[in-house]
Design a protein around this ligand. Structure first.
Ligand code: ADP
Length: 573
């Protein structure tokens, strides 16, 4: 059990009071006793004087002393002793020869030295207790003794009234101290309750009222500071919750580390990225920092450099990551991972594409310039001039085809929303293509057939659907050879898609490895030869992108007897 402040105070004062009071009582008892004894001895002194005076005046009565005894109390014992200690007279013992020499009696010896002496003891003569008082008168000692009985003992006893008085004061003082201690203790108790409740997180602790004293003032101040602290804590935790929510939904992988490099917090994306980057994904130990791939990051963290920011790139399993490290004031730090695979790929593609485009543009432009310069600077016949102009014109056609193909592709990439969907009857589109390319088909003796269920309707963008089949037919005309058959066939309808085959019985593509690449932008199987035929290298890219845009896909195979077959699917209405 704990002792309260009030109990401690009361107990301390109790001890002080007990010592103090005991001291006073002992001192007072001694003083009162001494005072009373002195008073009695004074009386006995007067008695001795009277007796001595009487003996002087009545030497003849010395033996009987009857007259003398009449004036003294009955039980008084009077003894006259000469300087040798012999008893000359004793009113109790008539036969003084019975009495031994009194020279060694303590009161006599004291009287011998000081003129007067006293002693309380049992008489050796009659075995009674006496208070002896002896006085030296030059020739004799007069000794007066009173029986030391209850009466005299009571008289000599110090007065107990003082003792009671002191005890009452003592109790009153103690009660007062207890009360004052209680008042002090109230503030301390309230403070203690406050701190207990704070630890136990009880409600309503902020409404504690302290007594109106200095301790209470301190208590009020502490409560005020506590409320402020609580408010700030609440705000801080709200801000922290917001921040964590933000980090959780962040598009970046974020991990916070303590100064000792242990992990404090991470989001799901960080773990996801870490599984790609490192084999060790134990975020409890953070051992992944010791992975070779993280060496530059770790070197920066462990360096004494004043720099607080570091960035680098990490590539693993075909993925690219941008890594940022921020070191905070308390030496904790964060690592932020950003998946930049797509951006990297796009950047590379764009870089390649820009190169390709300029290359593709340069060829016809250079040719046109060459033809025109030849016409301008050399003298030639009208017929020759016309031939050069026709060649230049052909190059401008290639150029405009290239520009229109690039325009369509970038439209598909950048603003696909601009392509509106509607129901398209596939037969009508194919018929249109057949008629638009009839001249070329005829020139190369190509048979063009198609087999759909009557009224096959596709949900798509008419221009794109037209582009898909136009490009495929145009390619067959350009690359498959003469005297062949083009056939478009409905294979099946499944899950809202119609599966179609586009077949030509031409030469196909010899190198099987090149097959999947023919859908890449600017890819040509036989660069020199196909360039001459006027293809931009974008035709099949447009086909693939347009089909993908409709939610379908396309693949290509060589046909066993020669020729190519494209299998694709498009959404049906
Ligand atoms: P282009 O616009 O230059 O025609 P494409 O992307 O349409 O380019 O075609 C890519 C390459 O695929 C062509 O260079 C050609 O060599 C080859 N190719 C396309 N269709 C056929 C086909 N039906 N038969 C043989 N080769 C083809």
């Amino acid at each position: 059990m704990k002792i309260t402040y009030q109990q401690k105070l009361t107990f301390s004062f109790l001890i002080i009071f007990v010592f103090f009071t005991a001291g006073i009582i002992v001192f007072e008892k001694y003083r009162a006793g001494k005072f009373k004894t002195e008073a009695l001895e004074e009386k006995l002194d007067i008695c001795s004087d009277i007796i001595h005076h009487y003996i002087q005046q009545n030497p003849e009565d010395q033996i009987s002393g009857e007259n003398l005894l009449r004036i003294f109390p009955e039980d008084i014992r009077i003894t006259v002793i000469n300087i040798s200690g012999d008893v000359l007279y004793d009113n109790i013992f008539a036969d003084r020869n019975q009495l031994e020499n009194h020279a060694d009696r303590p009161e006599i010896r004291e009287a011998e030295r000081k003129g007067k002496g006293s002693d309380i003891r049992t008489s050796a003569s009659n075995q009674l207790d006496y208070l002896y008082y002896a006085k030296y008168f030059g020739d004799t000692y007069v000794r007066v003794a009173l029986p030391y009985n209850v009466e005299i003992q009571d008289f000599l006893k110090p007065d107990n009234a003082f003792l009671y008085f002191i005890l009452i004061w003592f109790m009153a003082g103690l009660l007062f101290i207890h009360y004052v201690g209680g008042r002090f203790g109230k503030s301390i108790r309230k403070l203690r309750d406050f701190s207990r409740n704070t630890i136990q997180r009880k409600e309503g602790i902020t409404s504690i009222r302290f007594p109106d004293d200095e301790l209470g003032e301190i208590g009020d101040q502490i409560v005020k500071e506590y409320i402020k602290l609580k408010d700030n804590q609440l705000k801080l935790s709200q801000e922290k919750a917001k921040l964590l929510q933000h980090v959780h939904s962040s598009a970046e992988g974020v991990c916070f580390f303590n100064p000792d490099m242990s992990v404090a917090f991470y989001n799901g994306l960080f773990l996801q990225y870490l599984t790609i980057i490192s084999n060790d994904t134990d975020l409890e130990t953070a051992n992944f920092l010791y992975d070779d791939i993280f060496r530059p990051v770790r070197s920066f963290i462990e360096s004494d450099s004043p720099e607080t920011y570091y960035e680098t790139r990490i590539a693993n399993q075909g993925k690219d990551f941008f890594v940022r490290v921020n070191i905070f004031n308390d030496h904790s730090f964060e690592i932020v991972l950003n998946d930049i695979t797509y951006q990297e790929k796009t950047r590379k593609l764009k870089h390649e594409l820009t190169g390709n485009i300029s290359h593709e543009l340069r060829t016809p432009v250079t040719s046109i310039r060459g033809y025109l310069e030849t016409i301008l600077h050399s003298s030639m016949s009208d017929e020759q001039q016309r031939m050069f102009i026709e060649k230049a014109h052909l190059q401008t056609l290639t150029l405009s085809e290239l520009i229109s193909d690039m325009g369509l592709l970038s439209k598909l990439d950048d603003v696909p929303d601009t392509f509106s969907f509607r129901e398209i009857e596939l037969g009508t589109v194919i018929e249109r293509i057949k008629s638009d390319l009839s001249e070329q088909l005829k020139q190369k003796s190509i048979r063009f057939t198609y087999h759909f269920k009557p009224g096959l309707v596709i949900k798509g963008n008419e221009n794109l659907i037209y582009s898909i089949f136009y490009n495929l037919t145009d390619n067959a005309i350009k690359y498959a050879g003469e005297n062949i058959t083009i056939d478009i066939r409905q294979l099946e309808i499944k899950d809202g898609f119609v599966y179609l085959s586009f077949t030509d019985t031409g030469k196909g593509i010899e190198d099987e490895n090149q097959l999947p690449r023919i859908f890449e932008r600017f890819y040509r199987v036989d660069d020199g030869r196909t360039r001459e035929t006027g293809g931009s290298g974008l035709g099949l890219s447009i086909v693939k992108n347009a089909i993908t845009f409709h939610g379908g896909s396309i693949l290509v195979r060589n046909l066993q007897g020669g020729g190519l077959v494209f299998i694709m699917n498009l959404p049906v209405a």
